[in-house]
Design a protein around this ligand. Structure first.
Ligand code: UDP
Length: 448
């Protein structure tokens, strides 16, 4: 028999990039749907601070805990972001298991369900030892998780002994639904086990089929891949897209993005953001800035890293009349504003979904991880975006802006993305496929 009285879901975050926020959004959604369940969210302190500064945390059934980040005392950063990821990986799984045990003692309630970022593959062993379900949240799209499941086949077919790809143009047509993806689109971690991070992902590839895998995606976004995934995984739950854009009050529009947008013409603005980790190299930034300036495209640019604005010296000062620069934008709402005509994006999965929800076609500037795969899907499969010719050159950027904002191709993309948007909203409507999958997820969260 299931009673919600003592159900306790422990959530383990991977503390970098958009991962911890995405997991926290999911915990909030579950906490609202299961008010009797207690939720414990575990993350490193510095990442918790970031997540909490941007999200409202009013759910009384969520408690937030810090785990050890593994950084040695007195450590002076080399400036390489990978070093903090490696410190963290070295501290796992002991940091999570130790803290969870303390929390369980304090609460007097054992965890009855473990929800982890899928990267934290050891959560599967912890859940198994405890005899509780493991829910693994994959913070990207169906194609990228599928590639991890085919890691052995990909390496055997494409790589040589050093993990180098022999033919970059070769498509991955030996994997269901992947004929548009090329070897050159693969994240380096798929081909080489080199370093702690790729080891972590490699271990995940071998354990993920034991989990209930949760995706922020919706049925039909990539039917062949989804069907194949469903045959390989214990269970696949497509519960997205979420969060949906909200009607923000004036006081919540602290950066003034939405009020600035409301003074612009319909579908005229280029919204620019490269996500939570990345600042593109100088030549790409210069090409983009020069193209915007030459074409006098109104822009809203989310540029978090103050220290790197110098890379396009003078641009923001010269173009203040046509543009707005912010450190952080309410992106989901911005992309659903009718004035936005194009999204210049690094093709992160959350950004892709948010652009679909807004019905905004994209100019794709991918750099690493799953970004090149998402670009390929946007450009060649869904036809809702375009790449930049000539290695992100200025002329390539001018051409891409022209195409999306003012040419028929842009209208065609808007129609295509409009259809995807419709499907996305159908999935999250009452009785929609994502709504039903979310209900199944809440059943797991409540069960004891
Ligand atoms: N984001 C935002 N405001 C900004 C920049 C980014 O809200 O000014 C959010 C964006 O809405 C998305 C996330 O940051 O949800 C970025 O996630 P994505 O998967 O696209 O990229 P990543 O950061 O993982 O590279």
């Amino acid at each position: 028999m299931s009673t919600e009285e003592k159900a306790h879901l422990a959530a383990f975050a991977f503390p970098f990039g958009s991962h911890p926020t995405a997991l926290f959004h999911l915990v909030q959604r579950l906490a609202a749907a299961c008010p009797q369940v207690h939720f414990s969210y575990f993350n490193i302190e510095s990442s918790n601070k970031k997540v909490l500064s941007r999200l409202d945390t009013t759910h009384s059934n969520i408690k937030i805990y810090h785990v050890d980040d593994g950084v040695p005392e007195g450590h002076v950063s080399s400036g390489n972001p990978m070093e903090f990821i490696e410190f963290f990986i070295k501290a796992t799984p002991a940091n999570f298991s130790k803290r969870l045990e303390q929390v369980e003692k304090e609460m007097g309630t054992k965890a009855t369900c473990l929800l982890s970022d899928a990267f934290l593959w050891f959560s599967g062993d912890m859940a198994q030892e405890r005899g509780i379900p493991w829910l693994a949240y994959w913070a990207a799209g169906p194609s990228s998780i599928s590639l991890h499941l085919y890691i052995h086949g990909i390496r055997a077919k494409l790589g040589n002994d050093d993990g180098q790809i022999q033919n970059l143009d070769q498509t991955l047509d030996f994997i269901p639904g992947m004929s548009a993806i090329r070897a050159s689109d693969l994240p380096v971690e798929i081909l080489q086990i080199n370093g702690l991070f790729s080891h972590m992902l490699y271990n995940m590839s071998d354990t993920i089929n034991r989990a209930y895998v949760v995706l922020n995606s919706f049925d039909g976004v990539d039917s062949v891949v989804e069907c194949d995934l469903k045959s390989k995984l214990k269970r696949l739950l497509n519960i997205g897209p979420f969060p949906l854009p909200k009607a923000l009050k004036c006081t919540e529009d602290q950066s003034g993005c939405l009020s600035w947008l409301s003074h612009q013409d319909a579908a005229s603005v280029a919204y620019i953001s490269f996500g939570t980790i990345l600042t593109p190299p100088q030549p790409e930034l210069v090409a983009l800035a020069e193209a915007l300036e030459e074409k006098q495209v109104p822009y809203l640019w989310s540029f978090a890293d103050n220290s790197k604005r110098i890379l396009i010296q003078g641009f923001f000062e010269r173009t203040g009349r046509i543009g707005k620069l912010v450190e952080w934008a309410p992106q989901t709402e911005v992309l659903s504003h009718p004035s936005v005509g194009v999204f210049v994006t690094h093709c992160g999965w959350n950004s892709t979904l948010e652009s679909i929800l807004g019905g905004v076609p994209m100019i794709c500037m991918p750099f690493f991880a799953d970004q090149m795969i998402n670009r390929r899907l946007m450009e060649n499969v869904w036809r809702i975006g375009v790449g930049v010719q000539g290695d992100f050159s200025k002329s390539g950027m001018v051409e891409a802006l022209d195409l999306v904002l003012w040419k028929d191709e842009g209208n065609k993309m808007r129609e295509n993305i409009g259809r995807l948007k419709e499907r996305a909203y159908m999935a999250v409507a009452e009785k929609g496929s994502s709504t039903e999958d979310f209900k199944s997820l809440t059943t797991k969260a409540k069960d004891i």
